[in-house]
Ligand binder design. Structure first.
Ligand SMILES: Cc1cc2nc3c(=O)[nH]c(=O)nc-3n(C[C@H](O)[C@H](O)[C@H](O)COP(=O)(O)OP(=O)(O)OC[C@H]3O[C@@H](n4cnc5c(N)ncnc54)[C@H](O)[C@@H]3O)c2cc1C
Length: 338
């Protein structure tokens, strides 16, 4: 069995890594000349350490707490000894995985009518499977929201991440620590101009650079799941309430490797994982807000007025139906999920 994987992001590289460990040959094709160039805030929740190598050199800091603001007012300030996640050096983390697998850089792949070709027109030949891990690049506007980010020299507490919610925005702004300063960004169902205006209120320090990208925000794309050859953000594996995509992408790659190894349908394996239902529940909340079933301000208020532990569980997708019920209340639960 030989597998071609398109895209050297967390999803594509992890898949190659998992397959190689199972003795299955895989080759990754990447448009760019190295991994990790896509705009990202580099936040990683704990939970994938046993799956892929996360060396201490790739960890910028360990996250021990978070602050949540609603319309500029601090509503949660949580700090403890428990490690909640990391700020990683994502390019370095990805390069580590890439060093263990076969990657062909500067190799943009084009798909037409089910045929895959490199930019010079040569077909991808000799592969039993082609898996697309192309991230947001292959998503339309209906599946993704804009997210923009400033890199500044502001000295953010290395153990604390901050989130800023607004009554008028389905989305949020963030201030994350970086190796030499902070990453300050915002994403949501709004125009880039509106996002730029809102984020001005949280910009701190001298701006060193600015970038942006789309981020999937509607949950799993069912047609692609059924097709069975997509993983990662190209499949929609981003937690819609938080924009967290690195860990879910790796988990989808794990599901694909299991499916290939065991000869099972990917859809079946992935649907049996907790991350699948977590993404889909969160997507329903976003959909409910977009359709006016929940007022955006009401949603931010629910998130910011509940028990912080519960909010954290919901945010990272480690929740049960009972947790959701506790968060949104019976009436809203019935409107959204029945
Ligand atoms: C501003 C911003 C901040 C974010 N912050 C966080 C965060 O802090 N934590 C978090 O968990 N998530 C964050 N995300 C989301 C996260 O970055 C992505 O969900 C995650 O990287 C998806 O991984 P992936 O492997 O599916 O896709 P990607 O990381 O997008 O990788 C896809 C790769 O495929 C390559 N590619 C695309 N098309 C082709 C082609 N045709 N041929 C060859 N190669 C191709 C691309 O060059 C790219 O390298 C953020 C997103 C944005 C926009």
């Amino acid at each position: 069995m030989r597998v071609a994987i398109i895209g050297a992001g967390p999803a594509g590289l992890s898949l190659a890594y998992f397959l190689k460990r199972s003795g299955i040959e895989a080759e990754v094709f990447e448009s760019l000349n190295r991994p990790g160039l896509k705009p990202c805030a580099w936040g990683l929740i704990t939970g994938i350490e046993d799956l892929v190598p996360l060396r201490k050199e790739s960890i910028i800091s360990e996250i021990k707490g978070f602050r949540i603001y609603l319309n500029g007012k601090l509503v949660f300030d949580v700090r403890g000894d428990r490690k909640l996640g990391y700020i990683i050096d994502k390019p370095r983390f990805l390069e580590d995985i890439a060093s263990e697998v076969e990657v062909r850089y500067n190799s943009h792949v084009i798909e037409r009518g089910g045929e895959y070709r490199l930019q010079d027109g040569s077909p991808l030949k000799g592969y039993d499977r082609v898996i697309e891990a192309t991230g947001h690049y292959s998503l339309g506007k209906e599946h993704a929201i804009p997210a923009i980010q400033y890199i500044t020299d502001y000295q953010q507490d290395p153990e604390i991440v901050e989130f800023y919610f607004y009554s008028g925005l389905l989305g949020y702004a963030w201030v994350f620590p970086d190796r030499n300063g902070a990453k300050i960004g915002i994403g949501g169902w709004a125009t880039v101009d509106a996002l730029k205006e809102l984020v001005k209120g949280v910009l701190k320090g001298r701006v060193l650079s600015f970038h942006g990208a789309k981020v999937a925000d509607v949950g799993i794309i069912e047609e692609r799941l059924k097709q069975g050859n997509y993983i990662g953000e190209a499949l929609g594996t981003v937690l819609p309430l938080t924009g967290e995509g690195i860990r879910p992408s790796i988990l989808s790659a794990w599901a694909m490797a299991e499916a290939i190894k065991e000869g099972k349908p990917f859809e079946k394996v992935f649907k049996s994982m907790k991350i699948y239902s977590a993404i889909q529940y969160q997507a329903k909340i976003i959909k409910g807000a977009k359709e006016g079933k929940i007022w955006t301000g009401g949603l931010s208020r629910v998130l910011t007025s509940s028990d912080p532990d519960l909010v954290f569980k919901i945010a990272i997708g480690e929740f049960s139906k009972l947790d959701l019920l506790k968060l949104v209340g019976r009436a809203l639960y019935d409107v959204l999920f029945r």
